[in-house]
Structure formats: C-alpha cells, structure tokens
Design a protein around this ligand. Structure first.
Ligand code: FMN
Length: 153
C-alpha cells in the first residue's frame, strides 16, 4: 500500500471498520485479514455490550479462528478496530499476544462513536512488546490524504 509492503489486520463487529478498510488502496503483495472470534458476538447490541465489558474488565483473551499470521515480510502493520469502552476490543490484544511482533512497526487505527484512539493505542503499546507503535488514527470517514499523512509520520 502506497509503496510499502503492508499488512492490515482488523476486527469489525458491525461493519464500520470493515467498510473503512475496503477503501484502503491495497496493492498486490499486501495482506488484509479480518480477525474472526471463534465464538461470534451476539446479534443483540446489549448482549454484545455485556460480553465486551466483561472481557475488557476481566482482561480475558478472545479465541480467534485466525490468530496466527505470518507477518515476516511486512514492513508496516496496520491494526484496526472499533473503540469498545474507550479502548480496543480484546480480539485485538489477543491477536497481538498470539504473534511475535518484535521489531515490527504498528499503526493502530479505529472507528468509534466519538472517542479518540489514545487509550486504545496505549493498550496496544503495552501489549506489543518490542514493537514500535506509531501514533494512532481515528477515522471519522475515509480520506486518502489523511491516510498518507498518518503513514508518513
Ligand atoms: C461493545 C461496544 C462498545 C462501544 N464503546 C464505545 C466507546 O467507548 N466509545 C465510542 O466512541 N464508541 C463506542 N462504541 C461504538 C463503536 O466504536 C462504533 O460504532 C464503531 O464504529 C463500530 O465499528 P464496527 O462496525 O467495525 O464494529 C461501542 C460499540 C460497541 C458495540
């Protein structure tokens, strides 16, 4: 993407983050993976809230169908998610814990109802031992200029 081999790893529950990723200018050789929890979240918004809250408060790891990814060849790793309770869903930290990201450069991005990415990016920094975590980006809507500027930091 934009001249560097890029892996985009994301979680999306209601499709907003997925639609955003679909607009990214991926190129041949890039990797794009949607993280799939082994136990799907309920359709009910309130049931999802309850489960998400319990996972975040209890620091529970979430089993993923596709947690292990071969990221050896990628210079940039973008990790995207919806903000859940001011932070990132446990699917995201579970993915990071399952993969060796030492020496990698991570770019966290999110969509949200309004909350910024700060707390989620801090959580990713704490989890991704030995990786460089760049400034996070909250996308209100897709903008290629904003994407380029963010990746150029
Ligand atoms: C369990 C849950 C918790 C959420 N917590 C927050 C929050 O703390 N702050 C916020 O701005 N939005 C919050 N949202 C809204 C989502 O971040 C927002 O709708 C996001 O764009 C959804 O992305 P997705 O469709 O890719 O899952 C929450 C949504 C859910 C389902």
């Amino acid at each position: 993407m934009l001249g560097k081999k890029t892996a985009v790893i994301y979680f999306s529950h209601t499709g907003v983050t997925r639609s955003l990723v679909e607009k990214f200018p991926l190129e041949e050789g890039d990797l794009c993976v949607e993280l799939i929890p082994s136990a799907p979240y309920p359709k009910s918004y309130f049931k999802t809230l309850a489960r998400a809250k319990a996972e975040i408060e209890g620091n529970v790891s979430v089993d993923l169908e596709n947690a292990k990814q071969n990221l050896r060849d990628y210079e940039r790793i973008l990790i995207g998610f919806p903000i859940w309770f001011w932070t990132c869903p446990k699917a995201v930290t579970s993915f990071i814990s399952e993969n060796d990201l030492r020496g990698k450069t991570i770019y966290p991005f999110c969509t949200s109802g309004g909350i910024q990415i700060t707390e989620a990016a801090d959580e990713i920094k704490r989890t991704a031992e030995g990786a460089t975590v760049k400034k996070g980006m909250r996308f209100k809507r897709y903008s290629e200029d904003a994407l380029i500027k963010w990746l150029d930091q």
